[in-house]
Design a protein around this ligand. Structure first.
Ligand code: PXL
Length: 276
C-alpha cells in the first residue's frame, strides 16, 4: 500500500484540511500520514477561532522521520500559515521528495480575494515553493496572485492556457487550474503538463451552489487517485466527479451545515471508482 504524507492544519470543526484529507485519502486505499502545522478551533471563515501554531514541531518531526528511515510516495501540502512554514516545507521536500510525487494546493484565496491573514507577498513566496512540485492545484484566484496578475471573472481557453504555461515556467512540472468554467452549468479542471507539452481538461455539471472546503476535497481525491495508479488527467477527473458528488449530497441534506460539504456520504463512490 502506498503511503503519503499531508502537511496542513487541523481545523477541529469545519470539514477542511486534515479532517477531510485523512478520511478521503484513506478511503482511496492509501496510508495517510500527517504533519499538522497548526490546530485551529475551526477554519478561518468562522467569526471567531483559536490558532495554535505548530511550526516548531515541523523540523524535529522531520528529523525523527529521517532517523527512522521513513519515506513517502507523495507529499501533499495544503493550507500553510506563515513564511517560516513555507521554508520548512521546502526543506521537507528536499529531504523526502526525491522519490515522492509533490502535490501542492496553494491554499490562500478564492473568488478574487485572499483569505484572512494572507498577503500578496505570501503568494509570491508560495509561488517559489510551487517550483518544486510535480503538480500544483491552484484555483484561478490563487494562480493570479502567484503570477502577480489581476483576477478576472471572464476568460477564454487561450487565457487559461497562458496562465498554466506561466505557472509551469515558475518551475512546477504540471499545473492544473481548478474551478474552470467556459460555459453555463459546466465546471472542471484544465491541466498543462510541461514534461509532455500536453493540455487536458475535464468538465462535469456545475451546481448552483458554492461550499467551503471543496478545494481540499478536490486535492485529496486527486492525490488518492494518483496514488492508486491513475494518470494525472484521470486522477483530476475523478476529483471533479467526487467533488460534484459531495456537493450533491450536501444540497440534498435539509440539515446541512453552513460550513464544508457532506463528503462522508460520497465516500462510497470514491471507493467504488478506485476498485480494481
Ligand atoms: O479549506 C482551506 C482552509 C484550510 N485551513 C484553514 C482555512 C482554510 C480556508 O479558509 O481557514 C485554517
Amino acid at each position: 500500500m502506498k503511503r503519503i504524507i499531508t502537511i496542513q492544519d487541523i481545523s477541529c470543526v469545519g470539514r477542511c484540511s486534515l479532517t477531510v484529507a485523512l478520511p478521503i485519502i484513506s478511503a482511496a486505499g492509501v496510508e495517510t500520514a500527517i504533519l499538522p502545522t497548526a490546530v485551529l478551533s475551526t477554519h478561518t471563515a468562522f467569526p471567531k477561532f483559536t490558532f495554535r501554531d505548530l511550526t516548531d514541531e515541523i523540523k524535529p518531526v522531520s528529523d525523527t522521520f529521517e532517523e527512522l528511515g521513513l519515506g513517502f510516495d507523495a507529499i501533499y501540502t495544503g493550507y500553510l500559515g506563515s513564511f517560516e512554514q513555507l521554508k520548512l516545507v521546502s526543506d521537507f521536500f528536499d529531504r523526502f521528495g526525491e522519490n515522492a510525487a509533490i502535490v501542492i494546493d496553494p491554499v490562500m484565496a478564492d473568488n478574487g480575494q485572499l483569505y484572512k491573514g494572507f498577503t500578496p507577498e505570501f503568494a509570491a513566496e508560495m509561488a517559489k515553493l510551487c517550483s518544486k512540485a510535480d503538480l500544483i492545484l491552484p484555483n484561478l484566484t490563487e494562480a493570479c496572485f502567484m503570477l502577480g496578475e489581476e483576477y478576472r471573472e471572464s476568460y477564454d481557453e487561450s487565457y487559461i492556457r497562458s496562465l498554466l504555461e506561466r505557472l509551469t515556467r515558475l518551475g512546477a512540472k504540471r499545473a492544473a487550474l481548478t474551478g474552470v468554467s467556459f460555459e453555463d452549468g459546466r465546471i472542471g479542471f484544465y491541466l498543462y503538463d510541461s514534461t509532455t507539452g500536453k493540455y487536458s481538461s475535464y468538465f462535469n455539471e456545475k451546481l448552483p451552489a458554492s461550499y467551503h472546503g471543496t478545494g481540499d476535497i478536490f486535492a485529496s481525491a486527486a492525490v488518492g487517485g494518483l496514488m492508486r495508479g491513475l494518470d494525472y488527467p484521470d486522477a483530476l477527473a475523478l476529483a471533479v466527479d467526487f467533488t460534484l458528488e459531495c456537493m450533491k449530497k450536501t444540497m440534498a441534506d435539509p440539515d446541512r451545515r453552513f460550513y464544508g460539504v457532506n463528503f462522508e456520504e460520497a465516500l462510497p463512490m470514491l471507493v467504488e471508482r478506485l476498485q480494481k
